[in-house]
Design a protein around this ligand. Sequence first.
Ligand SMILES: *[C@@H]1O[C@H](CO)[C@@H](O)[C@H](O)[C@H]1NC(C)=O
Ligand SMILES: *[C@@H]1O[C@H](CO)[C@@H](O)[C@H](O)[C@H]1NC(C)=O
Ligand SMILES: *[C@@H]1O[C@H](CO)[C@@H](O)[C@H](O)[C@H]1NC(C)=O
Ligand SMILES: *[C@@H]1O[C@H](CO)[C@@H](O)[C@H](O)[C@H]1NC(C)=O
Ligand SMILES: [Cu+2]
Length: 203
Amino acid sequence: MTRIGFFATVVAGLTLLQSVSAHYQLTYPESRGFSEDNEPSAPCGGFNTVSSNRTQFPLKNGFVEINSGHTSYSYEIKLVTNSANPSASDFSSASSVAKGSRNYPGEACLPIDLSNVSNASAGTNATIQVIYDGGDGSLYQCVDVTLAENPSNFDSNTCVNADGSDPTGSSSVADGDNSGASGLTVASGVFAAAIAAAISIAA
Ligand SMILES: *[C@@H]1O[C@H](CO)[C@@H](O)[C@H](O)[C@H]1NC(C)=O
Ligand SMILES: *[C@@H]1O[C@H](CO)[C@@H](O)[C@H](O)[C@H]1NC(C)=O
Ligand SMILES: *[C@@H]1O[C@H](CO)[C@@H](O)[C@H](O)[C@H]1NC(C)=O
Ligand SMILES: *[C@@H]1O[C@H](CO)[C@@H](O)[C@H](O)[C@H]1NC(C)=O
Ligand SMILES: [Cu+2]
């Protein structure tokens, strides 16, 4: 391998490491906002003002889609229904509507079924709080919604799991611990092998 090839490999590796440090992003529905540095700030990752335009969110078979930088994490999802612009204490006293954990990085569909949640009915304004822990502390994202029976503009096609598991097969609270080889683990292995090869050639 040439010296340039070696450095290209190192740069590719550093890019990969950086993506691993990226915590997680809520990719659907649109969150209040994302700032990696502020994501540890409760209740909404540094975004304390309610969105002026809310997403229509289904009472049944809802979900949020996230993109996880951590390979393994747990999560909890809370719903605040009793405030137009909820405060930190509204979030801390809100009830949990979904919980689970995953053992693969990348896209994950976290199901939320509000069918039996008190105060959740069509036309209710609410805020969904996603609390995620990938091992470096709790990380927060929020989505402001209006609950609806069956909103036509809610895009169910965005519900996918990077490990290929069927998102509709997982239930809301006892959500699956999925195991198996992850893409990132494989990529890290390839990267380690490439670095090892580059070093042995350069030496
Ligand atoms: C709200 O409106 C702004 C401005 O049109 C847009 O950029 C943003 O994506 C919208 N947010 C949601 C949650 O629809
Ligand atoms: C829900 O929120 C929207 C936009 O934030 C607002 O216009 C509407 O009046 C609210 N509805 C209720 C029932 O409070
Ligand atoms: C339901 O709404 C009432 C009235 O706003 C509020 O006092 C109560 O705390 C809410 N319950 C839940 C579980 O959010
Ligand atoms: C809601 O309650 C009904 C009746 O108790 C039950 O059959 C159903 O499974 C519950 N749905 C969820 C999502 O918990
Ligand atoms: Cu992190």
